[in-house]
Design a protein. Structure first.
Length: 251
């Protein structure tokens, strides 16, 4: 696969992406909603046995056009995905909203696949704790939300509907909440949190993604913590893994 660094002003550090032995591509200044990275998948990446893309906080590497300055994958915040303090006007009382500026945003580009003969792929996006150099930042309770689309226009506001709330109207107007092909019994929700699990260290979303072609085949991923402890908000490390396959993965 190919992956690209998207240079933004979201934090003082630049953002980057790397996976396998692929090379980073062009640098894009102030891209859309300030994606941390763009991961571009090819048909060969969807075959059985092909490696998944994986990134983690603190991962540093060089990219073309960076003037020799190494960049690294950022940390997120321990309550970036869910914080009761986020109360946009007209919010839904039965849901929790995240901090858009504290979450990390990624763009998954599947736009090549339809033209390469594929009609649908199985997409698995996972977030887990990562052991960085500072143990106090290794306690993330991971959570993520996946939308269909590529929000190329407009800055992100301070909140985002992490549980796919319908109110208020989402500032990411180019992003769709209906991501995966519904299952036989239940729809496949495109968000998950590790908060209610025993280990609280792994969250994952998986579903069948129908390819429509070109610019319609993008996924936007928001990554953040779900600690539910407002008294100890802090930076946290994580690892993001994205796997795209033609056949449904074993569960």
């Amino acid at each position: 696969m190919t992956f690209r660094k998207l240079l933004t002003s979201m934090t003082a550090a630049g953002f980057a992406a790397t996976a396998g032995n692929a090379l980073a591509g062009d640098i894009y200044p102030s891209y859309g909603i300030q994606y941390a990275a763009k991961l571009i998948f090819d048909k060969k990446d969807t075959k059985t046995g092909a490696a998944a893309a994986s990134l983690h906080s603190g991962q540093a590497f060089d990219t073309p056009n960076d003037d020799g300055n190494a960049t690294m994958i950022p940390q997120t915040k321990s309550m970036a995905w869910c914080d009761p303090a986020v109360t946009p006007a007209g919010y839904e009382h039965n849901g929790c909203y995240g901090w858009g500026m504290n979450a990390n945003w990624y763009l998954i580009d599947l736009s090549k696949l339809k033209g390469q003969g594929l009609n649908a792929v199985w997409v698995t996006v996972s977030v887990e704790r990562y052991a960085g150099s500072d143990p106090t930042n290794n306690d993330m309770i991971p959570a993520l939300t996946v939308y269909r689309g590529n929000q190329t226009l407009g800055p992100q506001m301070h909140w985002f509907p992490s549980e796919l709330q319908g109110m208020p109207e989402f500032w990411g107007w180019l992003l769709q909440r209906e991501v995966f092909v519904p299952g036989k019994a239940d729809p496949m929700f495109s968000y998950d949190s590790a908060y209610a699990t025993p280990a609280q260290n792994f969250a994952s979303v998986m579903g069948k993604f129908k390819l429509k072609g070109g610019t319609q085949d993008y996924l936007t991923v928001a990554v953040g913590g779900d600690a539910k402890d407002p008294n100890t908000k802090h930076n946290v490390n994580y690892q993001l893994t994205v796997d795209v396959k033609q056949k449904q993965p074993a569960q």
